[in-house]
Design a protein around this ligand. Structure first.
Ligand code: GLN
Length: 426
């Protein structure tokens, strides 16, 4: 059997193809040459499976879709408080290139140009490696291939970047930038000229969807807290003055770029990327918005749909041992607050006694800190009731911090091996 997912994506693409509204961005002269008909869609699951269709090999410039990733790199480099002292997180309700600041004289958020130019100044920098080059290398790691700068688009935007220069000088005037604004704006424009395909973008978005982990290599590329911050800002500010409309109709944290791309990230599920050059009055790809609306509706991808994961935490409960005095709880899914509450409610029904209780974490995919705290609080209370409790963590899901102070309750042996060994010594 072949999975129907690629057919479905193709179907969505065809359904949106006839939408000929909008106009290509021409304030960057090189972008005005884009072929209007081009259309592409890619989707990357959190276990790194990539589906794509249409002009999925076509390279275009990343433009404003670089902003969330630059923000992520700035956060990784300087920490949240330091970045917040330079750029706010309030939706501006304005166009992306508005020459404006918040009441505190800081750019309102990192998704509009004033915030993104400031964020660019916070990227790592060495004499021999520019900020834009640092970002290019970082994006290449996220995409899993070496990305290039589009020199023509860069040169073209530089020649007409009067508005971004004004923003740079405004930022220098109020002290948000403390360097030559010309070189920061130059670097920002270079950052926007990194070439990507929808496949690259979907992979990059997939890493964000996976909480900063690259499933392909198992490498952590971004801290979980950084990803949360970036996605929150994408959700509230990513679609500029259309952010409220986007939140209600699509409900996926997203970011658009004036070359015609849009990326979307559904935490814990998928990274999505679309491309088609004609833009609406907000600067968002018309067909791109259309495709996202379709995907969100058809596939139930709206963030506010919620997930029924709490139904699935307890895979099974059974007893083993000669006197049936060993109780095994096999857990599955993700252990967050709701699931832990459900688990603790089941454990509450365990009669007081001295039997052994085994909590098997093997089939969990993720244990959140709150999940670990609640789990071990349950362990403590079961022990206080007289039980012997063992937590099987053969996949080593628990972090050092999560397991700290509970080491004596945790074993790393697989459940079947543990039960066999336990039975033979008993
Ligand atoms: N380089 C473009 C600019 O600064 C990016 C804008 C965008 O993609 N919305 O104007």
């Amino acid at each position: 059997m072949q999975t129907p997912v690629p057919d479905y994506l193709q179907h969505v693409l065809q359904a949106c193809q006839s939408n000929a509204q909008g106009a290509v961005a021409d304030y960057i002269p090189e972008l005005a040459h884009a072929d209007h008909e081009r259309l592409a869609l890619a989707l990357c699951t959190i276990d790194s499976t990539l589906y794509s269709t249409g002009d999925d090999q076509l390279a275009f410039t990343i433009q404003s879709m670089s902003k969330p990733f630059a923000y992520a790199l700035a956060l990784e480099t300087h920490g949240l408080n330091s970045v917040l002292s330079k750029v706010g997180v309030e939706p501006s309700g304005e166009a992306f290139n508005q020459i404006s600041l918040g009441q505190d004289n800081l750019p309102k958020n990192p998704m509009i140009n004033s915030g993104a130019i400031t964020t660019h100044s916070l990227l790592p920098y060495k004499k021999t490696v520019s900020r834009a080059e640092h970002l290019r290398r970082f994006l290449s790691t996220l995409a899993g291939r070496e990305l290039q700068f589009d020199e023509r688009v860069y040169e073209s935007e530089l020649k007409t970047a009067f508005r971004n220069r004004s923003i740079g000088y405004m930022l220098r005037t109020v002290g948000v930038l403390d360097e030559d604004p010309e070189s920061i704006v130059d670097g920002y424009i270079r950052q926007c000229a990194i070439q990507v395909t929808v496949q690259d973008l979907a992979r990059m978005a997939g890493v964000l969807a996976n909480g900063g982990l690259c499933a392909g290599t198992g490498q952590r590329l971004l801290e979980r807290a950084v990803v949360r911050q970036v996605l929150s800002v994408m959700m509230s500010c990513g679609m500029y003055d259309a952010a409220g409309d986007w939140l209600t109709t699509v409900g996926i944290p997203a970011k658009s770029g004036v070359a015609g791309g849009i990326i979307g990230v559904l935490p814990g599920q998928v990274g999505i990327a679309v491309f088609s050059p004609k833009l609406d009055e907000h600067g968002n790809s018309v067909r791109g918005v259309h495709i996202f609306e379709r995907l969100s509706k058809d596939m139930g991808l709206h963030l506010m749909e919620g997930t029924p994961s709490a139904q699935t935490i307890l895979q099974s409960r059974y007893t083993v041992g000669k006197n049936n005095d060993v109780v095994v709880y096999e857990l599955r899914g993700v252990l967050q607050f709701t699931e832990s509450e459900m688990l603790l409610r089941s454990l509450q029904d365990e009669p007081t006694g001295t039997n052994r209780i085994i909590l098997d974490l093997t089939n969990l995919t993720l244990v959140h800190d709150v999940g670990a705290r609640m789990l071990f609080e349950g362990v403590k209370r079961l022990k206080a009731d007289g039980h012997q409790v063992v937590v099987i963590d053969s996949e080593r899901l628990l972090s050092d911090t999560q397991s700290k102070g509970h080491k004596r309750s945790i074993v790393h042996t697989p459940l079947d091996v543990y039960l066999e060994r336990f039975a033979s010594v008993k």
